[in-house]
Ligand binder design. Structure first.
Ligand code: GDP
Ligand code: IMO
Ligand code: MG
Length: 464
């Protein structure tokens, strides 16, 4: 069935050939130059994460030379299923299963070296050799104090729980932006590293004691931390490099790059449901800064959406179904966090939110995931508009307090009430399932090119 996937790329290749022809004819100023970049494809979640990005990245990897994780960290949990095996990835790109593809962890990622090494060893134990990995020396490192800070500061200014994954993500990005206490992978190889750790530990010990005296005054042991991190650094040395230069050279030489987003656009630090967000740009706008790629190099952006909506952690969720419908979706979709096993909150597809994030991210096509999960519902709803202060609107509010107030307006579509997990092509899908997918593409205004009907690589339909 994966052969059908070639059609997706024959379209992509046609565009590339068209561009190449134009380069030859000198039709584009930019494309006329020798150094002109061939484009990158990006896979970005358009909801609150867990849209099954890992599955699509793994499939699209087949047609790429390089796969890049560019933001987030071990808060991500991406799942890939093939040949009867299920793999869970957190920091390692989902392209790792194809040894001829180079996997890159770029500078926008916050790296927990211990998690990375454990993940790599786990894969090696399962026969995946992991020889095809590079990590940016610019990637900021998650240090022990970041976990403590995540535990102590997992709240908004109004005191509500953000519900972070407790992986130290926010505190590490905070230190990156603050600059004074930041450590990057490249720093682990420098002579002054032990001195830096000592200096930071002194300050952080005071800070942590101030926030939580019960934890003691000297809870961070600089010598032990230095020794541990030097061991991690040794292990990572063969992979550590300037990935920004590597990717720019790859673009120049016409390599096909696939960028793998983590989280989802509604969790974007700047454009998501702040403060109930993650600490990186997890929408399409984060690809360039995270990977170190020029904006003009982004040629295709695959927006990944579930056929319904889920969210883990705190924050408003207008279409949430905290009832038997939500429970049915949770049971059918096994909606429990890949990283934390927390039950995910479930609800109807929110087209107001998805249209916003598709536009924000510049989605050129959509991939509708987990369609099979809805197969037991006689009727399915799609939220097409919000009502805010008595007025109907298709605008996604910028402030969470407004998002809390919106009343979703739905259209109702008939369900299909049959098993679709064995569907091999668009024509195999029941008419009502086709209509549901079509409707989503129509409302968002972006074509649906992929439909997923089960977790396995093979349960994927490429729409003509
Ligand atoms: P990611 O973080 O976006 O990569 O997504 P996760 O891996 O956290 O969550 C997606 C879950 O859905 C995983 O358990 C996948 O194996 C599973 N999955 C992916 N596609 C489908 C599908 O089409 N149907 C069903 N039932 N499960 C799917
Ligand atoms: P993938 O890549 C779903 C959520 C957390 C919390 C908020 C902030 O698997 O889609 P953080 O630890 O990042 O500071 O937590 O973001 N969150 C995710 N939700 N999928 C993810 O990643 C997530 N990564 C973070 O639940 O609400
Ligand atoms: Mg996930």
């Amino acid at each position: 069935m994966c052969g059908v996937g070639l059609e997706f790329f024959s379209h992509y290749d046609r565009i590339r050939r068209l561009f190449s022809a134009r380069v030859a004819l000198g039709l584009f100023g930019c494309f006329g130059s020798e150094r002109c970049a061939v484009g990158a494809t990006c896979v970005v979640g358009l909801q609150w994460g867990d849209e099954a990005k890992g599955k699509i990245v793994d499939i699209l990897t087949e047609k790429h030379d390089i796969v890049v994780r560019y933001q987030g960290g071990a808060n991500a949990g991406h799942t890939v299923v093939f040949d009867g095996k299920k793999y869970k990835l957190s920091l390692i790109p989902s392209g790792i299963f194809r040894p001829n593809v180079q996997c890159v962890v770029a500078g926008g990622v916050v790296l927990n070296p211990q998690n990375f090494i454990q993940e790599m060893d786990g894969l090696i134990a399962q026969g995946i050799d992991c020889q095809n990995l590079l990590i940016s020396t610019r990637a900021h490192i998650i240090m022990p104090w970041h976990f403590e800070e995540d535990r102590l500061m997992n709240r908004t200014t109004s005191g509500e729980n953000i519900g972070t994954t407790m992986r130290g993500i926010g505190p590490c990005y905070r230190d990156k932006v603050g600059r004074s206490w930041a450590i990057r992978l490249g720093d682990l190889y420098r002579e002054e590293f032990p001195q830096r750790v000592k200096m930071i530990c002194e300050t952080k010990n005071r800070l942590l004691f101030g926030m939580d005296p019960e934890g003691g005054e000297n809870r961070l042991d600089a010598e032990k931390i230095t020794a541990d991190y030097l061991l991690y650094a040794d292990r990572l040395r063969p992979m550590a490099t300037d990935t920004t230069a590597y990717l720019l050279d790859a673009l120049d030489s016409g390599k096909k790059i696939l960028c793998e987003g983590a989280q989802g656009a509604l969790l974007d630090i700047d454009h998501g449901t702040f403060p109930y967000v993650t600490s990186s740009n997890s929408s399409g706008v984060g690809v360039c800064s995270g990977a170190g790629l020029p904006a003009k190099s982004i040629e295709k952006l695959v927006g990944i959406i579930k056929a319904y909506t889920t969210r883990v952690g705190g924050g408003p969720f207008p279409t949430e179904q905290d009832n038997e419908i939500g429970q049915l979706i949770r049971d059918e979709g096994n909606e429990y966090g890949t990283v934390t096993r927390r039950p995910r909150r479930c609800g109807w597809f929110d087209a107001v939110a998805a249209r916003y994030t598709a536009r924000l991210s510049g989605a050129t096509c959509l991939s509708v995931m987990l369609l099979d999960v809805l197969s037991k519902l006689p009727e399915i709803q799609i939220c097409t508009e919000y009502e805010l202060n008595g007025e109907r609107t298709s605008h996604f509010p910028a402030h969470v307090d407004d998002l809390r107030l919106v009343k979703p307006h739905y259209i109702t579509l008939p369900g299909w009430l049959e098993d679709i997990t064995k569907a091999q092509s668009w024509d195999d899908l029941p008419t009502n399932a086709q209509n549901y997918v079509r409707k989503i593409g129509e409302i968002i205004g972006v074509p649906v090119e992929i439909v997923s009907v089960g977790p396995d690589r093979k349960q994927t339909i490429f729409v003509k």
